[in-house]
Design a protein. Structure first.
Length: 191
């Protein structure tokens, strides 16, 4: 049986709505759920194979996108949120009841500072941007996935129209390289 990449990918992608205004994310607790309002659609939504992102049970990949930091607000049960790893570049705020990551925030100097990472699948609203690519695909091997199955994993992504990368997509890698070059004085700050 083929491995589950993620429930939002396994049966084909459902297109989002380009002008979707955002919605609320909820943790998985049966009561006193943490609620986070997102006042925009996600961008660069993608399947992520890293070991740090929250994944639903049985899935090899998470689905994570970014939103402007100022579009994120915790609207209920903020006291249940805790940062999983304060030393990590992305400080993931997880519910201490069910373990779900509601958002990840970058506080350090970083190319993506000002963007929060969110899992739009935690919303009841429909219209969020569908996944655009798969990143850190080879990272699932580091978590115990048999490397002999990687062709099948990449084939499943390709069958639904998603390119696979062992880092991020080329536009995001270009943003990281541009940030690094500006910081090193190799490019002017206005670029």
């Amino acid at each position: 049986m083929a491995p589950s990449l993620h429930p939002l990918i396994d049966n084909g992608l459902k297109k989002g709505t380009p002008d979707f205004p955002g919605g609320s994310l909820h943790c998985k607790c049966a009561s006193d759920r943490v609620t986070v309002k997102i006042a925009s659609n996600v961008a660069h939504n993608h399947a992520c194979g890293c070991s740090k992102c929250w994944k639903p049970a049985g899935a090899l990949f998470s689905i994570v996108g970014v939103v402007p930091r100022d579009s994120v607000s915790v609207t209920s049960n903020a006291h249940k949120l805790a940062i999983l790893d304060p030393e990590a570049a992305i400080q993931r705020y997880a519910c201490n009841g069910c373990g779900v990551h509601l958002f990840g925030r970058i506080e350090k100097e970083h190319p993506f500072k000002g963007l929060d990472f969110v899992h739009a699948e935690l919303s009841d609203e429909e219209g969020w941007q569908e996944p655009q690519f798969a990143g850190f695909v080879s990272s699932i091997i580091e978590q115990g996935f048999n490397p002999n199955g990687m062709d099948e994993v990449r084939g499943k992504f390709n069958s639904v129209g998603l390119e696979t990368y062992d880092a991020l997509s080329p536009p995001l890698m270009d943003l990281i390289a541009t940030f690094t070059a500006k910081k090193a004085g190799k490019l002017p700050a206005h670029l």
